[in-house]
Design a protein around this ligand. Structure first.
Ligand SMILES: Cc1cc2nc3c(=O)[nH]c(=O)nc-3n(C[C@H](O)[C@H](O)[C@H](O)COP(=O)(O)O)c2cc1C
Length: 377
């Protein structure tokens, strides 16, 4: 490990108007612990995020539903009612009290849902692909367990506009809830990603076909979010190499190069890139060189967060080499509430327990030990 004083990972960095003291970010992590019914962020979630807040560090919230019909994961919180706002406000206050910052990740699952999650409404997508529901594993988490996605329908233009408005309203709620900014979840095969990639977008109108048209929905959503926050407190998360959720594109480089160039006009807080080595939340190839951030760095003018399979040494490397400005950790942050401190001091990490990723209680959520309590004599 390098001398602490020379480690760029622990030097300040600005994202928009915010100055962070270090570059170890908590990645968005769905944990299914909101209070049900109603998807309300409650005391348990507040304890979890408070544990993970650090002075000058950034937390990105778990994927957070923007409307009832955007839901596709039981226990995921919402950000579209007064109760959601009140619940989140307690969390952002606690994170701020520790000197931390927090962005809200806005989530619409698109076709990756089931009618039991949407109060009976058919899930929506850019276009209809029956193989998605026919061939899918049970991938939708519901109160009754994992089920297959329901048949979805293609969005009409008027529906698209109203979903853009849902994002705007959720961004308003996130502001009332005291977040420091908002991140659009446009990775992992959810609605914005479904529009981007031509494996799932077969439209022939202005939202499909050319790369320009497939980026239109995402850019309209970013515009709506920026109208509430200003561009410098808005961020976008993309997964250019992800095949999770049956995603595919005939030319991802052309698509994401164009998108990154278009995003320059907003002066975003950051672009968050899931690197190519994970499939959803499962490691598919260890040791694969991260290419996505490196490629998009040449095009995107703002700050870049890289995520996906990072360890201390690879995180240091990507930041030192300048391919990313910050690194988000998912699974390690889930099992190490004091992860930035552990990485800074080179302390051993707690292992994560996959069996409790999406269960509904404190076990495997708020009971991972801090280093100090673990080693108290
Ligand atoms: C339990 C779990 C939940 C996740 N939930 C989300 C989510 O809500 N939004 C998102 O963009 N990514 C989500 N991811 C992906 C992570 O943010 C991250 O990209 C992935 O875990 C790879 O990073 P890691 O190797 O550091 O864990 C999730 C991953 C895990 C393991």
């Amino acid at each position: 490990m390098k001398n602490v004083t020379t480690r760029k990972l622990f030097t300040p960095v600005n994202i928009g108007p915010i100055t962070l003291k270090h570059r170890v970010v908590m990645a968005p992590l769905t944990r299914s612990r909101s209070d049900e019914p109603g998807d309300i962020p409650g005391e348990l979630m507040a304890e979890y995020y408070t544990q993970r807040a650090s002075n000058g560090g950034l937390i990105i919230s778990e994927g957070t539903n923007i409307s009832i019909t955007s839901r596709g994961w039981y226990g995921a919180p919402g950000i579209y009612t007064e109760q959601h706002v009140a619940g989140w406000k307690k969390i952002t206050d606690a994170v701020h009290a520790k000197g931390g910052f927090m962005f809200s990740q806005l989530w619409h699952v698109g076709r990756s849902s089931n009618v039991v999650m949407t109060e009976g409404a058919m899930p929506v997508a850019p276009s209809v692909d029956p193989s998605y529901w026919l061939d899918s594993e049970p991938s939708v988490s519901t109160s009754g367990g994992w089920v297959k996605p329901s048949p979805h329908r293609a969005l009409e233009i008027a529906n698209i506009k109203s979903i853009v408005e849902d994002y705007r309203l959720a961004a308003v709620c996130a502001k009332s809830a005291g977040f420091d900014g908002v991140e659009l979840h446009a990775a992992n095969g959810y609605l914005p990603d479904e529009f981007l990639q031509d494996g799932s977008n077969k439209r022939t109108d202005e939202y499909g076909g050319s790369v320009q048209n497939r980026c239109r929905f995402l850019l309209e959503v970013v515009e709506a979010m920026a109208s509430v926050w200003g561009g410098d407190r808005v961020a976008v998360r993309i997964g250019p190499s992800g095949s999770w959720n049956q995603m595919s594109d005939s030319n991802p480089a052309a698509l994401f190069d164009y998108l990154a160039a278009q995003l320059n006009r907003f002066g975003l807080a950051y672009l968050h890139i899931v690197e190519p080595r994970v499939k959803g939340n499962v490691v598919i190839k260890e040791g694969q060189a991260p290419v996505a951030a490196q490629e998009l760095r040449k095009i995107f003018k703002g700050k870049i967060i890289a995520a996906g399979g990072f360890e201390t040494d690879t995180a240091e490397k990507i930041v030192d080499e300048g391919d990313a400005d910050l690194v988000a950790f998912g699974r390690h942050f889930l099992s190490n509430p004091d992860l930035p401190m552990r990485i800074e001091k080179g302390l051993p990490l707690n292992d994560y327990d996959r069996s409790t990723f999406y269960t509904f209680a404190a076990k495997g959520y708020t009971d991972y030990p801090f280093y100090q309590e673990q080693h108290a004599s």
